[in-house]
Design a protein. Structure first.
Lengths: 80, 80
DNA sequence: CGATATTATACCCTTTAAGGTGTAATTAAC
DNA sequence: GTTAATTACACCTTAAAGGGTATAATATCG
């Protein structure tokens, strides 16, 4: 089984954006229609989550998941 | 339920890369350790797939899924 | 054009992910 | 320092995803 990594690109992105917007995990779950347990597991770096649920969350921040060359991952992640 | 879209960024990416490499769906399933049925559903644009399975596939092409600004999706997708 | 290869669709079964809820641990506010 | 708020962890239930397999449809090759 893949390992959890709370510093992966998605977990870091969601955690940072949520804190920048001054939302709690409960706030963000309500705003996006997702379960609180899902959001918490995602921020803890759970690898095996549903793609559409992640995109539902990222859409709230004007983002979506796309294939990115692995060496460019960090740069793309910093992209505004 | 989200709709299937065989032209979404991931389906298009996987289909194009697979054809460029002259693999069949069976070839790619064997090479990546994924099920043939999963690969077929992914290329048909199934939205609710497992994130780690998608990354397992994209890793074969040196890519991974990262949050991308929605307006930049096309450009990022074309990035080598 | 016919045969073969490949892709798309469908079904069954087992395992698993997400929602909801509760509790414990940590952090923040006063 | 205490309390409240927030986050992390755990359990139960239900619905669904992926592996495997079979069949239908489409594309490719000679």
């Amino acid at each position: 089984m893949k390992e959890w990594d709370r510093n992966n690109a998605i977990a870091t992105f969601v955690r940072n954006r949520r804190k920048e917007a001054n939302y709690t995990q409960i706030d963000l779950a309500d705003l996006t229609g997702l379960g609180l347990r899902f959001l918490r597991e995602l921020e803890q770096g759970k690898p095996n989550v549903m793609l559409d649920k992640v995109n539902q969350l990222l859409q709230f921040f004007g983002h979506t998941l796309t294939p990115t060359p692995i060496r460019n991952e960090t740069r793309n992640h910093l992209d505004q």
